[in-house]
Design a protein around this ligand. Structure first.
Ligand SMILES: Cc1cc2nc3c(=O)[nH]c(=O)nc-3n(C[C@H](O)[C@H](O)[C@H](O)COP(=O)(O)OP(=O)(O)OC[C@H]3O[C@@H](n4cnc5c(N)ncnc54)[C@H](O)[C@@H]3O)c2cc1C
Length: 500
């Protein structure tokens, strides 16, 4: 008997569906990315101070050695009290044969450092130059100036989080002063904000109202002996300092975000955050957040453990997803100590991890409220694509950018209907220098998205999926063999007979 063969539509298996979803996500990512890039290019064409600044910084930092020495000089400058000290440091850092400055600059510096009156001029010009650079990234010297900056942002439909500059304080008097300045800031700004008109673009998310005032705190600034090796004492002392800040913030309707610092401090920071927010006074308070750094190899574990903890707590918290600002530091310190490096070694690995964690966050948005903090168009576009795929209305996910660095992409995202918050540091130049130098390094790193976008990188490259590059094997030095080489030589790069 002949068996009738029925024409059947093949049932797409789970792997086919997953592949189709991935293609669709990638298509949306590219489309959003291209639209953001077009908006950025339009802003660039309009020119203005960003263009001029980028050209100036570009000229001064074309060469890696010059860049490092220039930033070392900027870092040291606030501590140099006499024109002679400024001139001596300039000579040491910048007037060297291996350092290349724009044409004429070396001759001018050499001339200015020759006599006492010109040295005074040189010192004054150096301080003014550094202050101008700092002004770009630091919104003001005090709360009054910072308040002016954040009201301006609100007028442009951008939210803010204020950060009082200072990290790793060296005395208890400094730590107490830092705590007091936060308490004053929360009290004063919440009084001012009570008179601000409601702005639905910044003060409302689809799931409810958001605090108008938002502050970011670095826990190491609250205790002079912040020491992961003495974890219990550190945790107890910081919690004591943090409680008054949280209580006042809650009473005044102010949001508090805990920043993340170097890897050594991560364990204590998470412990403080979790222990304190499970206390009766704060357990049902949703206006709090923490940071996860995607460049850490164990970032996914951190996020999953935060997810489990938040479910147990019963009230959502915010997670600001960043790539991480201490990459050089972590790499150098781990090498010095002979410890495993906690961060990925290739930029693409960090970018790919950022995308994985973005997805994890957005999938769990009701428990961990996502704040995507990046200036990278591909990373932001990916978040938009994933949010759309999960059916989230615009403005459920928050986008965050840094003052002085990320406003162009912030404006572009806001123009497309997203909710954007600007991280606004303020404070004196001296404690701000570590922050300033990190920003300058980021702005001028060859790996940085900002740098490639500023030099008009190709959309194809800027929007490329980082996953393939992240998975590509790292070639070992000396293994660039052409096919057949190993057979011809009968050995591999590791030495006689060791590698078949
Ligand atoms: C609003 C806001 C708040 C922030 N708060 C914090 C914070 O609390 N703590 C913190 O640590 N950072 C913080 N950052 C900084 C952030 O971690 C990044 O340094 C910065 O945003 C640059 O990343 P990007 O995605 O914008 O740019 P991109 O140019 O795409 O990425 C640059 C980042 O890639 C990583 N990277 C660079 N080279 C390599 C390499 N060879 N291998 C592996 N990874 C590499 C580094 O993390 C580097 O910062 C914040 C940033 C923003 C926008």
């Amino acid at each position: 008997m002949a068996v009738a063969v029925r024409e059947s539509t093949p049932n797409p298996g789970p792997s086919t569906t997953a592949a189709r979803d991935a293609d669709e996500r990638e298509r949306r990512t590219r489309a959003y990315g291209e639209s953001l890039l077009r908006a950025l290019r339009r802003q660039e064409r309009r020119g203005g101070s960003d263009w001029l600044y980028n050209r100036m910084i570009g000229l001064a930092t074309q060469d890696e050695a010059t860049k490092v020495e220039l930033f070392r000089f900027v870092d040291a400058l606030p501590a140099l009290k006499t024109p002679e000290a400024v001139s001596q440091h300039l000579r040491q850092y910048l007037l060297r044969p291996d350092i290349s400055l724009p044409p004429g600059a070396k001759g001018l510096l050499a001339f200015l450092e020759r006599t006492a009156p010109t040295r005074r001029l040189l010192a004054a010009a150096s301080h003014t130059g550094a202050r101008m650079m700092a002004r770009r990234f630091i919104a003001g010297a005090d709360a009054r100036e910072a308040t002016g900056a954040v009201t301006g942002l609100r007028r442009r439909n951008l939210g803010f989080t204020l950060d009082l500059l200072g990290e790793a304080v060296t005395s208890e008097a400094e730590a107490l002063a830092y705590q007091k300045r936060y308490l004053d800031l929360i009290r004063d700004l919440s009084d001012i904000a009570a008179k601000w008109p409601e702005n639905p673009r910044t003060d409302q998310a689809p799931f409810g109202p958001l605090p108008k005032v938002n502050v970011s705190v670095k826990l190491s600034s609250l205790y002079a002996r912040f020491d992961p090796m003495a974890a219990d004492a550190t945790v107890q002392a910081v919690k004591e300092r943090l409680r008054p800040i949280l209580s006042l913030a809650r009473e005044r309707g102010v949001f508090v975000n805990v920043d993340m610092e170097q890897h050594d401090f991560k364990g204590a920071t998470h412990r403080i955050f979790r222990e304190i927010l499970c206390e009766e006074a704060y357990r049902d308070w949703p206006d709090v957040g923490i940071v996860v750094q995607a460049y850490l190899r164990d970032a996914e574990d951190d996020l999953l453990s935060l997810l489990g903890w938040t479910k147990g707590r019963g009230t959502p918290v915010w997670v600001r997803l960043v790539k991480g600002a201490y990459w050089d530091y972590e790499t150098i310190v781990a090498a010095q100590r002979g410890h495993p490096v906690p961060v990925f070694s290739r930029k693409a690995e960090t970018d790919a991890n950022y995308e994985r964690l973005t997805e994890l966050l957005i999938e769990n948005w009701q428990t961990l409220r996502p704040a995507i903090a990046t200036h990278n168009v591909r990373s932001a576009a990916r978040a938009r694509a994933v949010a759309e795929e999960h059916g989230l209305p615009p403005r459920t996910v928050e986008y965050q950018v840094l003052f002085g660095m990320g406003e162009p992409i912030g404006r572009a995202l806001a123009a497309e209907g997203e909710r954007v918050r600007v991280y606004v540091p303020f404070g004196e130049l001296l404690p701000g220098m570590a922050y300033l130098v990190r920003r300058l390094l980021e702005n001028t790193s060859n790996d940085s998205f900002i740098r490639s976008a500023a030099s008009a990188g190709k959309a194809e490259e800027l929007l490329a999926d980082p996953t393939a590059a992240a998975l590509a094997p790292v070639p070992c030095p000396g293994t660039a063999l052409t096919p057949g080489d190993s057979r011809r030589k009968g050995r591999g790069a590791g030495g006689e007979g060791r590698i078949p």
